[in-house]
Design a protein around this ligand. Sequence first.
Ligand code: SAM
Length: 244
Amino acid sequence: MRNIKKILIEERTYKKYFVKELEDNFHTSSGVISSEDLRSDKEVIISNKGKRFLLLEPNFADLWESLQRGPQVMIQKDIGLIIAKTGINKTTFVVDAGGGSGSLCLSLANICKEIIVYEINPEHLDVIRKNIEMFGVKNLKLKQEDIYKGIKEKNIDLLTLDLPEPWQVIEHAEKSLKTGGHLVVYLPNLTQVKTFIDSTNKTRIKVLQIIEILEREWKIEDKIMRPEFQMLGHTGFLIFCRRF
Ligand SMILES: C[S@@+](CC[C@H](N)C(=O)[O-])C[C@H]1O[C@@H](n2cnc3c(N)ncnc32)[C@H](O)[C@@H]1O
């Protein structure tokens, strides 16, 4: 059962609020929204201070913003490229490790047929479970297992690895990915990237691309037209591989 029932977005500031309870009035910095309005099917409502808000069902991207965070999560700029480059859809079978906070695996679960998630740390598993509940996801299965020791699943369409030593998974990946299947590895350091690439030599896993995404927002306001001073810079390198 999802615990976020509705979202409110203020028209003037675009500030977003997450509403968990529809029976009580909701207080914002721009006035109070009545519980009657929250339960209504109106899409635009007005606070007691006369400010306009959109009232919407939360979609996946809205819920992602309120994801509970344990270990460092993969962020949307990187997740987006994985989805685009692997072309996953409702027929795709995915294995992900380590699950971490669930940011990547939940984003993939939103699109694919089925996803199995390996996570070794029980505390991180608890974080993922809470996030699964918030998203109401049904096609994701969690395993408290060390993926370095093996992958039981076969015929995998996509394997994603966001953990410190993915080279320990390369032989298992070779056996478990279907021919043509995708392997995507996410690593923060170039030294790790080099070790991983070396580990693919003499295997059927071939490295196709190594990509880093930098995201720069722009400020457009009257005569101001410039990049924001801060940007989303280096998070990690994405290594796109395929099993031949
Ligand atoms: C950076 S986090 C992954 C974040 C995740 N991709 C997300 O978007 O939320 C790395 C995770 O890998 C897990 N991990 C490390 N080694 C592992 C292993 N051998 N098998 C399974 N999980 C492992 C860690 O416990 C940690 O939760």
